[in-house]
Every structure is written in structure tokens, then in C-alpha cells.
Design a protein around this ligand. Structure first.
Ligand SMILES: [Zn+2]
Length: 468
């Protein structure tokens, strides 16, 4: 049986400062080695000061993943030598004296399959190595410590995944969940990284590291499963090892034999005392926790009659659900939900476009109300929406500027229809024989009125005129 487990590293990108010093947690955009201090580059004599907010955010993640949170937590030193680790040890967590990492024994459901979370721990991110050319052939390696000490949450699952697709779905769910909690922006480069361990029936566990994107992770898993199956068929032993994903050749390559936990010579971090997690803090965090994606989804369906498909999309994306929450009232909720998921998503489909968009919740509400009150057709609203995203102009201004006023005046519409009937004599005959072809004529009326005609009224008038 195929068994896949994950180790996911998520940066707490919404925090102000690093885990043990006051340098910025958001290290992006700095010149190399300028977001550093004696603590995060490990200068002798410097002492770590634990970021309380990081503990809170990590606890919120643990609770959202249905983990148990211990009454007190401890930090450990994981010793290893690598140029991106200036102290030569990483401050992390370990459950050697009982459960002392920030969360354990959680679970999350992926299409009905339960994935168990073994442990969640809070730790610091190392610095970054930058290679000139590929990492194997490079002559020069540069090191940037701006990232060193950034708060990181490691989520370790049990090997419960049976195939790469489940892994992808899980990571999507997790990424939405972290964003919804307001603890991380997973779309930032390097904010969410995953390593995997893979084994097939009778084989040893192989760890795959160095994977840059979820898309690559799925590919790497497919490659690795095929490789292991092919070895097994030829009765060649699958050895326990770490393999790196080679992004260019799209294969995994053997990196080194796997270290055992003992190799790291873990010991308690003497510069940080055990931290007692006050039950009052837990209940406050629980109370302040944002509504979960699944509860939002159910509420949208139940309270507003939104279809489950639309509710799925809307609830799982924080950007859209925040917009929806601010814009809707009981009357226009369904219209706004449809707007966001059918039209708006096409206009602001990237992070940059979302940032540049001038659309506000009020725009959405005004536009939905204009449709409900028959001031504009659903058809032309798409245009208005697109213009708002670019210009930020008000709905009423655009309706008059773009000459989009709704044609619902029977006399006016009747004139247009008569012209269409005159021009389309062949289609008129056909519609008389086969009433279902009437939509062609409705389309012609819409075209002539630039989409401004009231669709129901058009259809009724057409039917009346054709039956004469
Ligand atoms: Zn620092």
C-alpha cells in the first residue's frame, strides 16, 4: 500500500517581528543582510526573546487543525552545521519530555478521508542560500540572513495519504485555512513549503526535499512512486534515503542517507524557559478565532440560498469572502455572490490585480442593487464591473457615462423589436414553426440595444408579436 506523509513549513507572515528578536518577520524586499541583528545572526552573548504573538498564532493554527494544545511548551536546540544557520543550531520543538510542542494529534478531512496531524511545532526559519547557476555546479554561493529567525510553523502529518492527488487537495485546504485564519499569506514566495515521505508496500521510507511548489510536489510524488514500483518489480531493495527534486530534469536524485533524530543532538534551549499556556489565553483565542471555511459555506447556503458550488468558491478564498461579507445584505446576497464568482474572479485573478483593483464593497452592493431595481441589465453589469475595477468610479456615474440605462419601456422596446422582425424575416418564420428558436431573435434585440433591453419583457413582447 502506498503511504505518503508530509512535513509542511508555513511562515507566520502576518507577524510584525521575527521569533526571537525585533527584526521584521516580513524580510522580503530588503537588501541582502540588512534585516538582521546580533540575535538572528547568532553573535556570541546575544540572547533570544520569545515573540508572544507567534505562540498565539501557532496555537490558533493548532486549534484550527483540531489539535490538542499542551499546558506548557518547551524549545529545543537542533544542532547541525550549514551555512544558512548562523548559530549552528535551530531553535525548534520536540516531544521528548511528553507533548511540549504547540499542538498534537489533530486531524483534517480531505474529501471524506481523514488525515491525521501528528504534531505542530514552532521554530525559526534559517537564512537563504543563493547559488550562482545550479546548486550542483555552482562556484559561488551567497548567503542572506534576512530570513533567519522568521517564525515558522511545522506541520507533520501521519503517512495517511494514499495518492498524490489527496496531497494536492490537502495542501489547497491547508493553504485556504491559513489564509482564512489571518496568520499567513501562502501566496508569498517561500511562505509555504512541503517535504514528503513516500513508501510502497514492503519498501523503506524515502524522503523528498527541495520542492518549490505544490505543483512540483505532485509531480515529484508521481515520479517517486513510479521509481519505487519499478525497483520493487525488479526485486531491488528500496533504501531509506533523502532524495532531492531536480526541478529541471523533473526527477528525484539521491542526496544522502537519512539522518536519524539522534544525529541532531537535541537538547533543551537553556535561554528560553518553559512557557505556560494560560487556559484563559486559549479561551480568548478560541473566542476570537475567525469563522471556519466550512461554517461560512454552510451559512451562505442556508441563509442566502447560494448554490453549493458558488458557496464553495466564495468561502474558501478570504479575499472574496471578505468582500462578500462587507457588501451583502439579505436582499442582494445571492446577486453579489454570483457576481464575485462569475465575473469578478476573471478580472482580479492574480495577486497584483487584486492589489491594484479599485473596487470596494460599496461598489458591489450598488451594482447588485441596480440590477435588482431594474436600473441596469445583468448583461451590461459585467462591463460596469470591469470599469470599476480599473477606475473606481461610482456605479451611478458609470450607468450614465456608459449610457447603460435599462430599456424597460414597452413602447421604446417594441419599436426595436419591430425593426428586428423586419430584418430577420427568415428567423421569424422559423420561430413560428419552432418556438425554441426564439432566443435567436432575443439575441438580436439585445445586440441592437447594446445589452440594455429587459430580457423578460423582450421575450414576452416577441412572443406576443409572433403569435399574431
Ligand atoms: Zn534579528
Amino acid at each position: 500500500m502506498t503511504k505518503i506523509g508530509l512535513e509542511i513549513h508555513c511562515q507566520l507572515t502576518k507577524l510584525e517581528s521575527k521569533l526571537f528578536c525585533s527584526c521584521k518577520a516580513d524580510y522580503r524586499g530588503f537588501e541582502p543582510n540588512t534585516n538582521i541583528c546580533p540575535v538572528c545572526v547568532g553573535l556570541p552573548g546575544s540572547l533570544p526573546r520569545l515573540n508572544k504573538k507567534a505562540i498565539e498564532k501557532a496555537t490558533v493554527i493548532a486549534m484550527a487543525l483540531n489539535c490538542q494544545t499542551p499546558p506548557k511548551i518547551a524549545f529545543f536546540r537542533k544542532n547541525y552545521f550549514y551555512p544558512d544557520l548562523p548559530k549552528n543550531f535551530q531553535i525548534t520543538q520536540l516531544n521528548i519530555y511528553g507533548p511540549t510542542s504547540i499542538g498534537q494529534e489533530g486531524k483534517i478531512s480531505v474529501e471524506g478521508k481523514e488525515i491525521r496531524i501528528r504534531r505542530i511545532q514552532l521554530e525559526e526559519d534559517p537564512g537563504r542560500l543563493i547559488y550562482e547557476g545550479s546548486s550542483e555546479r555552482t562556484q559561488i554561493t551567497l548567503v542572506d540572513y534576512n530570513r533567519a529567525g522568521t517564525p515558522l510553523v511545522e506541520i507533520v502529518t501521519e503517512p495517511d495519504f494514499e495518492n498524490p492527488k489527496q496531497v494536492r487537495l490537502f495542501l489547497n485546504i491547508l493553504s485556504d485555512l491559513l489564509e482564512n485564519l489571518g496568520v499567513s499569506d501562502p501566496s508569498l514566495e517561500g511562505a509555504m513549503r512541503a517535504d514528503a515521505n513516500v513508501s510502497i508496500e514492503g519498501g523503506s521510507k524515502v524522503e523528498i526535499k527541495n520542492i518549490n511548489s505544490f505543483y512540483d510536489l505532485e509531480k515529484a510524488l508521481h515520479f517517486e512512486l513510479t521509481r519505487q514500483q519499478s525497483l520493487a518489480e525488479r526485486k531491488i531493495e528500496i533504501i531509506q534515503e533523502t532524495r532531492h527534486w531536480d526541478d529541471k530534469r523533473k526527477i528525484t536524485i539521491s542526496a544522502r542517507s537519512k539522518e536519524e533524530e539522534e544525529d541532531y543532538r537535541y537538547f533543551l534551549e537553556g535561554d528560553i524557559p518553559w512557557v505556560v499556556i494560560d487556559p484563559q489565553i486559549i479561551s480568548r483565542l478560541k473566542k476570537d478565532m475567525p469563522e471556519s471555511i466550512s461554517s461560512k459555506r454552510e451559512r451562505y447556503i442556508k441563509d442566502f440560498g447560494i448554490s453549493s458550488q458558488v458557496a464553495d468558491v466564495l468561502s474558501s478564498d478570504k479575499f472574496y469572502s471578505d468582500l462578500f461579507e462587507q457588501a451583502h445584505d439579505q436582499k442582494n446576497a445571492k446577486e453579489i455572490a454570483n457576481f464575485i464568482t462569475t465575473d469578478l474572479m476573471g478580472f482580479v485573478d492574480t495577486k497584483e490585480k487584486r492589489k491594484e483593483s479599485k473596487l470596494t464593497a460599496k461598489h458591489l452592493a450598488d451594482l447588485a442593487n441596480a440590477i435588482i431595481e431594474n436600473k441596469i441589465t445583468r448583461n451590461s453589469s459585467k462591463n460596469v464591473l470591469q470599469t470599476i475595477v480599473k477606475s473606481g468610479k461610482s456605479v451611478s456615474q458609470l450607468i450614465s457615462e456608459l449610457d447603460l440605462g435599462h430599456v424597460s419601456d414597452e413602447v421604446e422596446l417594441s419599436k426595436v423589436i419591430d425593426e428586428v422582425l423586419k430584418d430577420e424575416s427568415k428567423a421569424v418564420e422559423e420561430a413560428k414553426q419552432k418556438p425554441e428558436t426564439i432566443n435567436y431573435l432575443v439575441g438580436k434585440v439585445m445586440k441592437k440595444t447594446k445589452g440594455k433591453a429587459d430580457a423578460t419583457l423582450t421575450l414576452n413582447l416577441l412572443k406576443k408579436k409572433l403569435s399574431k
